[in-house]
Write a protein that binds this ligand. Structure first.
Ligand code: PMP
Ligand code: GLN
Length: 385
């Protein structure tokens, strides 16, 4: 193909291919165990596949309503009410999306205007900043500091001003595996009180919280819920990251703006999968049991690495585990994971990928959403270092 005849002026000049794609490709190329990109290596429940097949055969193969099929929106509203005691109107306040990434991108596109400031917490999940940049928004970064990565509310207060349009919250947090406490949510409520700031809450790991601690959804606090769009993803909850179905819940005024963009962004999401998810959600034990399921994996992974030279940071939620490797060496984290993948046969994510300018604190992220056999073999290799 001959080249495009002009220079393409990039709208995202600093952006390359995501670290998740890069590391998964390297893992594949090297035949390494892939603990980098966050997804399970085990299959989802047969029952879920049967429900999809059922709805396909039943003829549910045409466009779903723009906001999502009513049974799924009803199931989502019922789940949120049961867990967080918040009532979202099924008709106007819940929208099914093509995964959380689309929900986040659409929310930012709908609400952030050029020059608006958006506060994010760094290390920051990689999709937020490019979405803000494309809208001409200005990113303000609050730092989460190792090893606890707690928000510093005095610092956050200093970042908020008359141009602040949005604060993006992510709890449980990717990549640090920390969770926000009730006090953190109270602090957020106090800081935003009386303002027009929108909270965009990325809660895709809402059902993966360990040690008996409860997830602090923004939906739990009416003062926050009324200014928030809450995003979740079925990919994380039902082990189907490749299906790309999620949802957003929020008050009608915000949702109206969200839907204006959503209808031209994806319009509507896979119909038989939505209907299958609605059926599957009927059994709440499936999402309620997820914390225990992943906690067992976390414990197995941590126990197996206890005798290694990795220093494990706390993992309180998500399916990630951060590790320092200073006893092993002082390579930059990108070089370290490159060698880990090629020479040891285990792929991980360098946490510098979540920092502006690639700030490198010599910390890497492992994903433990894997079968026991995969985890055991990976740990045997990591212990040999
Ligand atoms: N937010 C966070 C914090 C995530 O970790 C992920 C996916 N790993 C997403 C959003 C995107 O979710 P989805 O695959 O549903 O787009
Ligand atoms: N969110 C997943 C992770 O953190 C990856 C999703 C993606 O590849 N964009 O690993």
């Amino acid at each position: 193909m001959p080249n495009f005849p002009a220079t393409v002026e990039s709208r995202l000049p600093a952006v390359g291919t995501t670290i998740f794609t890069v590391m998964s490709a390297l893992a594949h190329e090297c035949g390494a165990i892939n603990l980098s990109q966050g997804y399970p290596d085990f299959n989802a429940d047969d029952e879920l596949f049967e429900r999809v097949a059922h709805w396909m055969r039943a003829g549910a193969n045409q466009y779903a309503p723009m906001a999502g099929v009513p049974p799924l929106r009803r199931a989502i509203a019922a789940k949120i009410e049961a867990l967080y005691a918040a009532c979202y109107d099924v008709e106007h306040e819940i929208t099914v999306t093509a995964g959380a990434t689309q929900a986040l991108f659409t929310a930012i596109t709908a609400l952030v205007r050029p020059g608006d400031e958006v506060v994010v917490f760094e290390p920051v999940y990689d999709s937020y900043v490019p979405a803000i940049a494309l809208q001409g928004g200005v990113v303000r970064r609050a730092r989460l500091r190792a090893p606890d990565y707690r928000p510093d509310w005095a610092e956050v207060a200093g970042l908020i001003g008359p141009r602040t349009r949005m604060i993006i919250v992510n709890t449980p947090h990717n990549p640090t595996a920390t969770i926000w406490s009730g006090e953190d949510m109270d602090a957020l409520a106090r800081l935003t009180d009386g303002s027009a700031i929108v909270v965009l809450a990325d809660e895709v790991y809402e059902h993966i919280v360990f040690d008996g601690v409860r997830h602090e959804s923004v939906a739990r606090r009416p003062a926050l819920a009324r200014r928030s769009l809450v995003v979740s993803s079925f990919g994380k909850t039902y082990h189907v990251t490749g299906w790309k179905v999620g949802y957003v819940a929020g008050p009608r005024q915000l949702m109206e703006e969200f839907r204006k963009v959503h209808q031209f962004n994806v319009f509507t999401v896979n119909t038989p999968v939505q209907l299958a998810l609605a059926d599957y959600m009927g059994d709440a034990s499936r999402h309620l049991g997820l914390s225990a399921f992943y906690q067992a994996k976390r414990d197995r992974f941590r126990a197996a690495l206890a005798g290694s030279r990795f220093e494990l940071l706390p993992s309180r939620g998500t399916y990630f585990q951060l590790a320092r490797y200073r006893e092993i060496g002082d390579l930059p984290d990108r070089e370290f994971v490159d060698r880990l993948t090629r020479e040891v046969g285990v792929a991980a994510i360098p946490v510098s990928a979540f920092f502006e300018g690639g700030r490198d604190e010599r910390v890497i992220r492992f994903c433990f959403a894997k079968s026991e056999a995969t985890l055991d073999e990976a740990c045997a290799r990591l212990r040999a270092l």
